[in-house]
Design a protein around this ligand. Sequence first.
Ligand code: ADP
Length: 489
Amino acid sequence: MFIVMVASECAPVAKVGGLGDVIQGLSKELSMRGHAVEVILPKYDCLRYDRIWGLTKTFSDLWVPYFNQWIHCDVYFGFVEGLKCFFIDAHSPQNFFNRGLFYGNPDDGERFAFFCRAALEFLLKSGKHPDIIHCHDWQTALAPVLLYEVYQHLGMRHPRVCYTLHNVGHQGIHGEQILRLAGLNPATLMNRERLADDHRPGAVNLMKGGIVYSNFVTTVSPRYAFEIRHSSLGMGLQHVLGVHHQKFGGVLNGIDYNVWNPEIDPHVPKHYSVETVEDKYANKRALRNRFWLREQFSPIISFVGRLDHQKGVDLIFHAVPYCLWRGCQFVLLGSSPHGHVNAAFWNLKRRFNDHPDCHLEIGYNEELAHLIYAGSDIILVPSEYEPCGLTQMIGLKYGTLPVVRNTGGLADTVFDANHAAKPYHERNGFVFNDYNWPGLESALSRAIGLWGHYPNHFRELMINGMKYDYSWNYPGQHYLNIYNHIREP
Ligand code: ADP
């Protein structure tokens, strides 16, 4: 099968969060199974060019219609971790992708509407006929709309579209003008059955358009699929997901065990596996050295992730002093696009600056993340909502017990040591229900208590977690089944 991923991220060259990991991991899995996979990305100026192999200009006369003008683009080709990637370089007066960031500009909607148009124009002009175009999140939601409203009539009748919702907290809500910019007609699209937002009169909802126009819609865990269809976590998309429920389902994300694996991880000082789990403690020492934490008998509790409200920032804020008060060490790696959240964490960092048991690293650092997963004992994921969550799955692989809230993909992957409806050898962490301080403390306290008083039980849980297979093996097959189900016979 010929599959084209159209996406705004792909790890490690363009990664803001889990979306980047998923594009890379899923594409690699599909390629390994013998399918032809290509990825189309914007050529951001802030790509990690050191991780692209053999970048060359492959197409130089791509003229993309955009409102009442044509924008000249070049398309570059290069390998990212062995994956074939095309990068669209737009020579637009607005400098769409030369902003030094991936997202966060007031004209993000226009930037990605243009990218969708450019990606389809590239497929048309380069004569590619993929069986499947797989789009992701609001940024590429206009691709299926453009395919069926415009490009089908220009001869692209073969491709079918699979569309994945990675987070419905960001739907791409804009004025009608966004459709005109992309070359679409608001008069035919601005109604309840298509792109008109269900709750904001006159607004276009790009994610809704992606849902309506795709042949199949997935989200990144079965629990989140249920939550967004049947509860307020759908953030206004419940109706459209109900209407299209026959082509909607949850597929749990995987993680790439070539990248996230303590047996081979190049960023981990001492490799270890289920058989040699005691070698993990060399990494704990390395983590302490790296952050000037004192050597003592205590667990290291960590958080790695975007400091977004969705991730439970207020609970993380509370967890730091709570864990220190309980005699633990705390390590955090994270950053936020919101200035006030970053400022609050900088204040917390200043407060604990000289504390021998605490280190807050505010920023993004891929390599450091690996050392934290390997060196800590417990990883905290207290999300308010979590479509899938990768950090708990990475933690499990590294023998780092997750403490998570009972929501979305966290509920599908972590099974409580004391309460899960599973046999003991399948339990792998700690789960709490209520999104508040007592809820958080109840789970953290059980984890800390087990670490201190019942180390053998704690180790059994670590090993249970390491034995889980959260690779792309199963989800890869699941996506292939979906592609086969929708592809043109
Ligand atoms: P989301 O997609 O909501 O950001 P996920 O848990 O699905 O959250 O994915 C997070 C991914 O991003 C993980 O691979 C994690 O290690 C990585 N990550 C998040 N923040 C940072 C950071 N500050 N530094 C390094 N890696 C990070």
